[in-house]
Each structure stands twice: as C-alpha cells, then as structure tokens.
Ligand binder design. Sequence first.
Ligand code: ATP
Ligand code: LTN
Length: 333
Amino acid sequence: MDTKPIIFSGIQPSGDLTLGSYIGAIKNWVELAEDYNCYYCIVDMHAITARQVPAELRKRTVDQLAQYIACGLDPQKNTIFIQSHVPAHAELGWILNCYTMYGELSRMTQFKDKSAKNADNINAGLFDYPVLMAADILLYQADLVPVGDDQRQHVELTRDIAQRFNGVYGDVFKIPQTFNPKVGARIMSLSTPENKMSKSDKDPNGCIYIMQKPEDIMRSFKRAVTDSETCVRYDTVNKKGISNLMQIYSVATGKTFEQIENEFVGKGYGDFKTAVGESVVEMLRPIREEATRLMSDKAYLEGIYKEGAERAAYAANKTLRKVQKKVGFVPRG
Ligand code: ATP
Ligand code: LTN
C-alpha cells in the first residue's frame, strides 16, 4: 500500500453535499481509490471561515463521513478523517503562512467571490483559506488532488508554495498535480446555468443534493432552465442549460454526447429533462439508502473517524517534524 502514489482531497461540511461535489469530486475519488493510497478529509476548519451553527456543523461533519462511505469509499482501504482531529494541519498552515505572499492570496478568485457574497464577515481565515488547504495537501506528500474546476487555482498556489519552500530548504514537499474529471468538472446550477451548482446557493431549484428524495430531484430537473430551441446539442456557449444537463446525463449513464444527441433527435426538452432526472435518481438511490442506514450508526462512524485520525496523524507528523527541523525549531527531544 505504501508504494502507491498518494491522493488527498477534502470537502467542507458547510452544507449538504450536492450533485456537483459528487460528480466533480467524490465519484472520481471512488474510481481512483484502487490505484492510490488515499486520504479523504472532512475539512471542518475550512468550514468555519463562514459562520456555522455549532450543533449543525457537528451533525453535518459526521453525516458527511457516512455519505463518503455510502458513495463507495471503503474506510478500510482509504484514510477518512476529520481535519480538526489532526492538529498538524493548523501547525503546518501557520508555517506556510510565512512562505505565502499577501499578493498571491489577494488574487484567489474564490476569496473574491466569497467576500463579495459575505461582505459582513470577510475574516482573516477566509483570506488565508488556501494556505490551510496547501498544508492539508503537502502534509501527506500527495501526488494527486482530485477536485472540481473551482479548486484548480488553489492547487496551483499549493504548488507555488511547495516549490518556494523546497527552493530554500531542499526537497521537503512533493509537488502535487490537480486531477479534474473530463466531464463534470464544473456542474452548473439548474436554474441559472451561468453559475456553478453550489451548496451555498440560495435557490432551492438550482441545486440537487445527494440525499434528496426522488420526487424533489425530478421536480428540479423538470424546472431546469434550457433555451428557446428544441434541439439537444452540446454547445457550452449558446446552450448552457442543455449542455449542463448533457454532462450530468453522460456521467449518470456512461453515454457519450453523440449518443445522447442521437437518442433525443425529434424529441422535446420535456422528455430529455425527465430522462436526466431519472438517471440521477437511480445513480443517487443506493447512496441515499446506504447513507441513511450508516447515519444512524454513531458508534461505527466514531470508530472510523478515530482510526482515520490516527492513521492520518502518523503520516502528517512525519512531514511536520521535517518542516519544523528545516525552519529551525528546537526539537522537543
Ligand atoms: P460552497 O458553496 O460552500 O463553496 P461548494 O458547493 O462549492 O461549497 P465545495 O465543498 O467547495 O462545494 O466543493 C467540494 C468539492 O466538489 C471540490 O472539489 C469542488 O471543486 C467540487 N465541486 C463543488 N461544486 C462543484 C460543481 N458544481 N461542479 C463540479 N465540481 C464541484
Ligand atoms: N477548498 C476545497 C476543500 C479543501 C480541499 C483541501 C480540497 C480543503 N482542503 C485539500 C482538496 C485538497 C473546497 O472544496 N472548497
């Protein structure tokens, strides 16, 4: 297991998991799990960059663990853990702050978007968020970081920080690569296909949640915004809504865009939207059922996250000790 290349990825427990996070991230984690030594984290420290209700954050964190497992991540083969259980993340995060430039963080588009949306809470943690993310990745000497398109810039910054640090102290960090899926790296909102589908979206029809009931999923797909033509054709410039639905359908059924276009020749958008909705319902049904079962088994979940944190801490501390030595901290003895 130790000779396999390493994967690290994480999702914030800041809301219910969406079809976007499933297609853009988790589904690929499952597909990559066999060939890599994988660390999958629930990044609760990242989540508090926006105000959270404590009891809800606690519940969502553990529910998210159940959902990871229900999506197909085997906790025996993958290390699944909660970020705040491994203090090395905060410790390396601080050190890396001193190797990251203000100007670099100012250029992060997610920071600009999120600070525009939360003008009353532009806290230092929100600004510093990508440095904690860099610490997450670099602690595990990850080769690959499977994320959706919106996180690409953060992984680029991680590479820059690692290269800067290695340039001063020698080869301490592995330089990670982003893994973006070919189809589905950016699933758009069903109601405003110009915007990314996101769990913090205020419009309930724009977003599909992996735990949503089939009838609610069908309703959102039937209301999905399309265009004034009647032709199912892939064109991300002029037919954003339809192209988004085609991506979702392609992931859910394994069909190519060409096969999808042929399947719906001469049929209306109504038929197409129903077919997409049904394919998503069937893709998510086993996940929802298994997650519901696991979410009620608190003792099992606690066992998983305790063991995960132990395994993660072991790997993380090795890197952290090396870094502390390099920067000149006195060893604890
Ligand atoms: P928030 O609204 O709180 O920012 P989010 O819905 O954008 O959250 P994240 O938790 O930031 O989701 O993302 C989790 C993972 O899923 C990341 O790897 C991200 O790139 C990916 N992801 C999220 N939304 C989408 C999407 N619409 N399409 C493709 N990938 C996505
Ligand atoms: N910023 C990511 C979540 C995240 C992450 C990571 C992803 C935190 N640390 C490390 C990959 C690797 C997001 O989804 N918004």
